[in-house]
Design a protein around this ligand. Structure first.
Ligand SMILES: Cc1cc2nc3c(=O)[nH]c(=O)nc-3n(C[C@H](O)[C@H](O)[C@H](O)COP(=O)(O)O)c2cc1C
Length: 201
């Protein structure tokens, strides 16, 4: 890693903006820690027409991630809306393209965690988070969750789990992030940033 500021990569896919909102709150938590910054990057939708080429830069929101964004990060937070209790295909598609990084051990020993947004309260937040941890473990990363010393974990009536930050968006009008969900996102970002600095020493 050159003399650039170390960064936590907040890598996510979001179709209707809820997971993107979680990502920016996590970025605010990282920003609380001196000596490290947050880099927000998204992944493009997977096109049914595999030959279709997407514009290099999305119309709005975080730029698309490159593999060097991932290889050079000091810590990683991956986020996806829940799809049938699992991560969405665009994020899995990107992770499945990182075999070369796995081969070179680029992410080994770095801290990482996951976040998700769901339509229903009990429709797969935990299964999505724990299955998103599998590729991170295969890359030899150190999993970071949220401890119960975070009081919001015990009082939240919306999202937030010890496995990572979550948002309950609802199935009708999309609910904004609750104060507990924001608090837990920021606490997670700060925790991941501190771990990244400790582990990169
Ligand atoms: C194909 C599909 C599958 C979904 N599966 C689930 C699910 O298993 N459980 C759930 O609670 N919500 C499910 N949802 C709802 C999304 O997870 C929810 O709307 C999420 O907040 C969207 O996040 P985004 O705004 O970042 O795209 C599904 C949505 C779609 C389109």
């Amino acid at each position: 890693m050159s003399d650039q500021m170390p960064y936590v990569l907040v890598l996510f896919y979001s179709r209707t903006g809820q997971t993107a909102e979680l990502a920016s709150q996590i970025g605010r938590g990282v920003a609380r820690v001196n000596g490290i910054e947050a880099r927000l990057r998204s992944v493009p939708p997977v096109s049914p027409d595999t030959k279709a080429s997407l514009p290099a830069v999305p119309d709005s929101g975080a730029p698309y991630a490159s593999k060097s964004d991932l290889a050079d990060c000091a810590g990683l937070a991956i986020g996806s809306p829940t799809r049938f209790g699992n991560m969405a295909a665009p994020l899995k598609h990107f992770l499945d393209s990182t075999g070369d990084l796995w081969l070179g051990g680029a992410l080994e020993g770095k801290p990482a965690g996951a976040f998700t947004s769901t339509g229903s309260l009990h429709g797969g937040q935990e299964t999505t988070l724990t299955t998103m941890m599998m590729p991170l473990l295969h890359h030899g990363m150190v999993i970071c969750g949220l401890p119960y010393s975070e009081k919001s974990l015990g009082t939240t009536e919306t999202g937030g789990t010890p496995y990572g930050p979550t948002h309950w968006a609802g199935t009708g009008e999309q609910q904004p992030l609750s104060s507990h969900e924001k608090t837990l996102c920021q606490a997670f970002g700060e925790r991941l940033a501190r771990l990244a600095l400790k582990l990169s020493d």
